[in-house]
Design a protein around this ligand. Structure first.
Ligand code: ADP
Length: 228
């Protein structure tokens, strides 16, 4: 598919063609402005492709970089919000809210407001809210980029736990190669709106950045950026 924004001189996304397996953790990497977020917006139906189409085998939910929580709602109410929009039965909303707040380890913060939480905790609420609508496909738009390294590490563990326990298909966008290596099955490298190469990460999880294959992969990906 291709996406040209209104008034845009060149395509934000050009001839993008990718098949993601059920239950796969796929990460798109690339420099700022290369079209990563546009891909997520197209998949989430927040934008329409100029040409081409997207086939989805299930429902999609997205967790954003800024967490996007409603400041006037508590953690619990924020998680409930999406389900209320879907008119789910009250007992189902209650059960899922506890389940997903538990999954992101925030049970004791259920009645707190976003302003009373740390950045990492807010991101986890965003994840719980996206998961609560029980999508088959979870989109993560640089969800860890504004956090300190320790919090990021904690959240990586949280996302891996979610992925392992729920078998969701995850498409994450990141500009950090470390993050892509630590989490994903495959890494798609983007440049100027095009998907230029896909790398498969074979190492078993949990992974360490100190692993030799990480530096090899880094070198290969950086070569892709300088090649074209
Ligand atoms: P990334 O997520 O990799 O930083 P984006 O998908 O946000 O990249 O942007 C890709 C390109 O599309 C950039 O050149 C950006 O300026 C442009 N773009 C993004 N959103 C819009 C929009 N709503 N209207 C016009 N141009 C946009």
């Amino acid at each position: 598919m291709t996406k040209i924004y209104k008034g845009g001189k060149k395509p934000a996304v050009l001839d993008f063609n990718l098949e993601i397996d059920d239950g796969e953790f796929f990460c798109l990497v690339g420099p700022s402005g290369c079209g990563k977020s546009t891909i997520l917006k197209l998949i989430a139906d927040l934008e329409k492709p100029t040409s081409g189409k997207i086939e989805k085998k299930g429902r999609v939910a997205m967790a954003f970089q800024s967490a996007g929580l409603f400041p006037w709602l508590t953690v619990k109410e924020n998680v409930e919000f999406g389900m209320k929009m879907e008119n789910l039965a009250q007992h189902e909303i209650k059960a899922r809210t506890s389940k997903y707040i538990e999954l992101v380890s925030l049970a004791e913060f259920s009645n707190k407001y976003p302003r009373e939480l740390s950045g990492g905790q807010r991101q986890r609420v965003g994840l719980a809210r996206a998961l609560a609508v029980e999508p088959e496909i979870l989109l993560l738009d640089e969800p860890f980029s504004a956090l300190d390294p320790l919090t990021t590490e904690e959240l990586h563990k949280c996302v891996l736990k979610i992925w392992e326990e729920t078998h969701k298909t995850i498409l994450m966008v990141s500009h950090l190669l470390e993050e892509a290596y630590l989490l994903s099955d495959r890494i798609g490298v983007m440049r100027n709106g095009e998907l230029i190469k896909i790398f498969k990460v074979e190492d078993t999880r949990p992974r360490e950045e100190t692993h030799k294959s990480f530096s090899i992969l880094m070198r290969q990906i950086k070569k892709e950026f300088s090649n074209k």
